[in-house]
Design a protein around this ligand. Structure first.
Ligand SMILES: O=C(O)c1cc(=O)[nH]c(=O)n1[C@@H]1O[C@H](COP(=O)(O)O)[C@@H](O)[C@H]1O
Length: 273
């Protein structure tokens, strides 16, 4: 999906919500455990109930890899279901990859070509030649970790090197990479006040903002500091939506939570004009 197509979807749906499909078998409704593929059954029900309220889905691959071959099959089925039935949805493989060039190329192939995701999250630590193999894929996005939502973000990302915080160096340096127009960035919702400075460096890039909901990030603050003229935000909530109920009404309960966020987003978009 192109960036313009994503922007169009945001305008049509009046939503910039990304729903995180972080499926934990200990948290899903027990009645699903007798299904042949409980993870896919859960995802399909959540997608069917929420796709009109969100513009993106983000399975975090850890939750699938944890179940071995079966988990990977559930991931494959989930992305295939989305691409076949909801091609308008933007898809993010949250895999946080990045390695020497020839290895990164294989990671990119796995997520963009084999699985067919629109984007993948990548760690910037190994630098230019670890990121550019992802950027060379047309109409695919590479979502680089800039300032993450967790407490450990302050260990390195906000430390200054030559008078500049590392996350700012990541933003600035990555703009010089080949095909840098295919970049998006992760900035945690728990660090909303940093978004104004992020926007000074990347005024129009899309930002994936996780941390609303279970981690306590505030939607309004994120929009206040981070919204660009083209919206430029994908706000993710995983547990806060998908585990709203662990009973037979789980999908409807997820839709209620998703709608709460979508309505707040619609109000913000209306005010932004
Ligand atoms: O890359 C991410 O999506 C990510 C970056 C970050 O800084 N913080 C963060 O929470 N995430 C992911 O976003 C999701 C947040 O989930 P909830 O806290 O349940 O909404 C998880 O899949 C995290 O791995």
């Amino acid at each position: 999906m192109t960036t313009q197509e994503l922007i169009n979807q945001i305008k049509v749906k009046k939503s910039f919500l990304c729903i995180g499909l972080d499926v934990d078998l200990n948290k899903i409704p027990p009645h699903l455990l007798s299904e042949e593929d409980p993870i896919f059954a859960f995802n399909k029900a959540i997608i069917d109930a929420t796709h009109h309220l969100a513009v993106a889905y983000k399975p975090n691959t850890a939750f699938y890899e944890a179940y071995g071959v079966k988990g990977w099959e559930s991931l494959e089925k989930t992305i295939a279901y989305l691409n076949a039935n909801h091609p308008e949805m933007y898809t993010i493989a949250d895999a946080k990859r990045g390695d020497i060039g020839n290895t990164s190329k294989m990671y990119a192939q796995a997520f963009f070509e084999d699985l067919g995701f629109d984007s993948v999250t990548v760690a910037p630590y190994m630098g230019k030649d670890s990121v550019e193999p992802f950027l060379s894929f047309k109409n695919k996005h590479t979502i680089l970790l800039a300032l993450t939502s967790n407490a450990g973000a302050f260990d390195f990302q906000t430390q200054e090197i030559n008078g500049k915080e590392l996350y700012k160096q990541v933003l600035e340096t990555s703009k010089t990479y080949e095909n840098s127009e295919n970049l998006m960035y992760v900035v945690g919702a728990t660090k909303a006040e940093f978004l104004a400075e992020v926007r000074q460096i990347v005024p129009s890039s899309f930002l994936l903002v996780p941390g609303v909901g279970a981690q306590g990030g505030d939607l309004k603050s994120v929009c206040k500091y981070g919204m660009s003229p083209n919206v430029g935000l994908l706000i993710n909530s995983s547990r806060g939506i998908i585990y709203a109920s662990n009973n037979t009404d789980f999908a409807q309960a997820a839709a209620i939570k998703a709608k709460e966020l979508q309505q707040q987003m619609e109000e913000i978009l209306n005010h932004a004009g």
